[in-house]
Design a protein around this ligand. Structure first.
Ligand code: FDA
Length: 307
């Protein structure tokens, strides 16, 4: 019931102002966001790197300004250099939202985002790691996959995110299941219309399993991005059925969610990667986490009342 209003609020500047000014919000946000700066986030990365892999997201989306897009590229370049210096190139990659690097700036947005994405991929390659492009709402999918195709020509390990709730995704999984391809399969976090997406949870779960089957059967590297115990169990069964070893696929979860399960999978010898966001532009990301689990919202409300 709360999912739709929360996702609408995620895109409202008025709501953003109110939420950002709420005194307790910062404390709540820190559950999901590792810090406001790279320096604040890196200790959490070092801690996680003991038993897990990491992907770092410099928060930001829907950039309307060329200099802001350039600033995001610089932030990723600095982050990647720091990861290289810390010897984490083999443990940590980065996740990038193309709308944060200019995808919708103007008529040239796609070209700008492509150039910026290439710069980030170059910086990642220099320290022995790679990039995965996050997937935003359904209107961005064609553009994001077109940019992915271009970037992969020079940086073939660049990964994509596909969202199981989109009706098109099973076909996209087939297109991206070839050798060298890296696909992070998630359920999908935006409010999408029935015409393009399954909206019923059961339908989304079934679509996730269908898409996972395609990826596990294929020759690429599936990245199982879900906290759902059923999806995790099915992924393990499918991987075994297709003769995949522990290094031939991985599990992924978000920072601050089901930490115990992350530790358990890593201890079993599974590849477990944690998506670690940091930065000041946490509003949209945080609201999507609230929308996924309204109990998070009640927790926030309770802490405001009992203050
Ligand atoms: P589901 O929502 O069914 O949750 C299963 C269980 O996980 C819940 O019962 C609860 O225990 C726990 N859980 C899930 N969400 C929680 C939360 N917010 N707080 C507390 N507990 C929670 N989406 C997208 O559209 N584009 C993208 O690029 C990405 N990228 C991405 C990367 C990675 C690594 C992950 C793990 C997820 C994404 N997502 C995403 C988000 C994804 O689409 C989806 O919204 C969430 O992962 C929740 O779906 P689950 O598969 O976890 O299942």
């Amino acid at each position: 019931m709360l999912r739709k209003p929360l996702l609408l609020a995620a895109r409202s500047t008025t709501c953003r102002t109110i939420v950002e000014r709420t005194p307790m919000t910062r404390a709540m946000v820190s559950r999901f966001v590792a810090g406001a700066t790279m320096e604040e986030a890196l200790p959490a990365v070092h801690e996680l790197a003991r038993d897990r892999y990491i992907t770092l997201d410099f928060l930001g989306e829907d950039t309307t300004d060329l200099s802001q897009a350039a600033g995001t590229v610089t932030a990723y370049q600095e982050l990647l250099a720091a990861l290289g210096e810390a010897g984490l190139g083999d443990r940590a990659e980065v996740s990038v939202k193309l709308s944060a690097v200019g995808q919708f700036l103007n008529a040239d947005g796609e070209k700008i985002a492509l150039e910026n994405a290439r710069r980030i991929a170059e910086a990642a390659k220099a320290v022995g790691t790679t990039v995965t492009f996050d997937m935003e709402d359904h209107t961005t999918v064609d553009s994001t996959l077109a940019i992915l195709r271009e970037v992969r020509q020079d940086f073939p390990s660049t990964g994509a995110v596909l969202q199981a709730y989109l009706r098109r995704t099973e076909a996209d999984c087939r297109d991206l299941s070839g050798e060298g391809s890296r696909v992070r399969l998630c359920k999908g976090a935006y409010d999408e219309p029935e015409s393009v997406a399954f909206r019923d949870k059961h339908e989304v779960d079934k679509a996730y399993v269908r898409a996972l089957k395609v990826l596990m059967e294929g020759d690429g590297y599936p990245m199982v991005a879900s906290h759902d115990p059923r999806m995790i169990a099915i992924a393990g069964e499918l991987a075994a059925a297709h003769g995949r070893g522990a290094d031939d696929y991985e599990y992924q979860m978000l920072y601050g969610i089901r930490d115990g399960e992350q530790v358990r999978l890593a201890a079993e010898g599974k590849r477990m990667r944690v998506y670690v966001p940091y930065g000041d532009e946490w509003y949209g990301y945080y609201m999507r986490r609230l929308a996924e689990r309204p109990a998070n919202m009640l927790f926030l409300a309770r802490s405001l009342v009992t203050r």
